[in-house]
Structures are given as C-alpha cells and as structure tokens.
Ligand binder design. Structure first.
Ligand SMILES: Nc1ncnc2c1ncn2[C@@H]1O[C@H](COP(=O)(O)OP(=O)(O)OP(=O)(O)O)[C@@H](O)[C@H]1O
Length: 313
C-alpha cells in the first residue's frame, strides 16, 4: 500500500509534483500515466526516498521509506536511472544488494531464473542490452520478495516476449495480494495490464479511477464505418464535436456521433453503408482526452507544402 498526502516537489522554481494525494492499493496493478515531464518519475523517486518532498509525505506500508529497517523486503523498485557497476556480473550485482539484507544465494538464483537472466548470470552488466538491463532491474526489485513493487517504464527496451512477460509478472504479483505501481507510455499494454489508473499532468492528478471508468469516461462514442462513398459520408456528417479519422481506404472512424446518427446521415444521402461497428474507446483515446492541454512537450505535425520545393543551402 502506498499513500501520498499533499505531496509536492519543486526543483528550483519548477513545480514537478503539485500537491497530490492518492492511494495505491494492494491486490491490483495500478498504472501511472502522464505526458513527458508530468512528474511520474519524481513521484516514484519520492516514494523510494530518492527525492525529498518539498511538502507533504508518501508512505509505503504505512511508513516512510527511510523508516523501514529492511526496505528491500518492503518495496522493490525499477527506476529509470539505475546505479549499476558496469564491470560487475549480473550475479554479483544482485549479491551485493542481497548482502545488505541477509538475502540468501538461493533467492538470487531464483530471481535470475524468474527474469530470464539465468544464462547471463556471469556476464558483465556493462555489456547488457537495454532489455537485459530492464530484466536485471526487475530482478533487483524482486530480490527481497517485497509486498510493494514500483516499476518505472518496465517494458522500455523489451522485445514482445519481454513485454508479455512483464504483463504476466505484474498481474501475478497483484494476484498474490501485492501492491504493483507501474508507469508506462505504452497505452495498449497498460490497457491489458492495469486494473486501476492514476493519470497526472503538469504535476497534478487528472484521474484516479478503475480502468473501466477511465475508458467509459472518455465520453465520445466511436464507430467504425465502411461505405461505398466515404468522402460523401464524411462531408455529410462533418460538424462541430464530430471527429472523423480515416484508418484505411474506404473506412471512417467517427468519434462523437451515434451509430444511428451516422446511419441516418448516410440514408438521407443514399450512401450505401456496408459496416457500422460501435467500438469501445481505447485507452489511448481516453488518455488523449484527459491530458489534452496538459502536455508540456507538444509535438507538431509537419504538413507537406504543396507547390513549394524547399531550397537547400
Ligand atoms: N533533478 C531535477 N532537477 C530539475 N528538474 C527536474 C529534476 N527531475 C525532474 N525535473 C523536472 O520535473 C518535471 C517532472 O519530471 P519527471 O521526470 O518526474 O516527469 P515524468 O512524468 O517521469 O516524465 P517522462 O515521461 O518524460 O519520464 C520535469 O519538468 C523535469 O524537467
């Protein structure tokens, strides 16, 4: 169980985490989402006692991290910046961590097998791929068999098998009654991993709700349409509040209009509709709606300029 109360962090004049309160419950996977720079890593670092809050507090299993006598046995974390000695072997890295907590050799071997690092036990960490580094970080987090796990971007650099493995691991840990708190930018993966979501933007909480509720709350109906003349149909239904996407030739994805409304518009213009499939909003859609206006680092779509050839120096 993680409990944050009026937690805040200011770096210089910059507010990274702005007076947030939340609980991360045991027995569930809680996803932690938010745009780049929203404050996810800073929050996770404060939970682990690596950043000191400017105001408020955050406890793990009812105590500040620093107040736990054997923190590795309470909470394990994979955080973005790992302090790993590059010349150490994977086994020795884990052995050094285990030694501080009297964790036996058998447990080191167990977590190496569990994370698929058995064959790399005697390889130097400096030569590890990103995915192997992530697996080692997860092995370190699991070492003390803690009740609470915090994974910051655990699937970063993992291959599809690794991504699936993290999903099963997270779900398995939660099923054992542990508290699992995961940040990720991979919405499709989060949608099938998390039971509950906490979404932040610019250091403030935008949503703290079960997955179903976040999906339902995106509000806009979404329908996939195939029709003989999609251009005429798009022109017929285009209006404020209706978003029209073109996922493939001959198809439209329409947001913000009922399937019946679309069918009526098509009928009135005698456009033949061959498919009309209402779809549940994706987590990506729900997330985009929640975080609209909260994105600190906004990307720009580069539109090709017709009839203008860029000059090269
Ligand atoms: N040590 C630091 N010193 C100064 N500013 C910092 C420091 N750490 C984080 N920040 C700033 O705090 C804000 C929150 O950063 P944080 O890394 O927590 O975001 P995040 O949600 O984890 O982002 P990302 O998804 O990109 O990892 C950012 O504006 C960042 O630049």
């Amino acid at each position: 169980m993680i409990e944050a109360r009026s937690l805040a962090k200011v770096f210089g004049g910059k507010t990274a985490v702005d007076d947030i309160s939340f609980d991360v419950q045991p027995g569930k996977v809680t996803g932690f989402l938010g745009p780049n720079g929203a404050g996810k890593s800073t929050t996770m670092r404060m939970i682990m006692g690596l950043d000191y809050p400017t105001a408020g507090s955050v406890t793990v299993n009812r105590r500040l991290y620093a107040d736990h006598k054997a923190p590795l046995r309470e909470v394990g974390a994979l955080l973005e910046a790992r302090a790993v000695h590059p010349k150490r072997t994977a086994y020795n890295h884990l052995r050094a961590l285990a030694a501080s907590h009297g964790i036996p050799k058998e447990r080191i071997i167990e977590v190496m097998e569990l994370t698929g690092l058995g064959a790399a036990a005697n390889k130097r960490v400096g030569g590890f791929s990103m995915g192997m580094g992530q697996r080692l970080g997860i092995a370190a987090a699991l070492l003390g068999d803690p009740r609470t796990l915090i994974f910051d971007e655990p699937v970063n650099g993992l291959d599809p098998e690794g991504v699936q493995w993290v999903r099963h691991l997270a779900r398995g840990l939660a099923a054992e009654g542990r508290t699992v708190f995961i940040s990720s930018h991979l919405m499709s993966e989060m949608a099938v991993t998390a039971d509950h979501l906490i979404v932040i933007g610019r250091g403030r909480i935008l949503a703290d709700a079960p997955m179903d509720q976040v999906l339902a709350g995106s509000g806009r109906e979404r329908t996939l349409v195939r029709a003989d003349d999609v251009d005429a149909l798009a022109a017929a239904i285009g209006s404020d509040g209706v978003e029209i996407r073109r996922p493939a030739p001959g198809q439209l994805e329409i947001l913000g209009m009922s399937a019946r409304g679309i069918a009526e518009a098509a009928l009135s213009r005698r456009i033949l509709v061959t498919e009309l499939t209402p779809r549940q909003a994706s987590l990506e859609d729900a997330y985009m709606e929640l975080t609209r206006g909260e994105v600190e680092y906004q990307s720009r779509v580069i539109e090709p300029t017709v009839g203008e050839i860029p000059s090269h120096p």
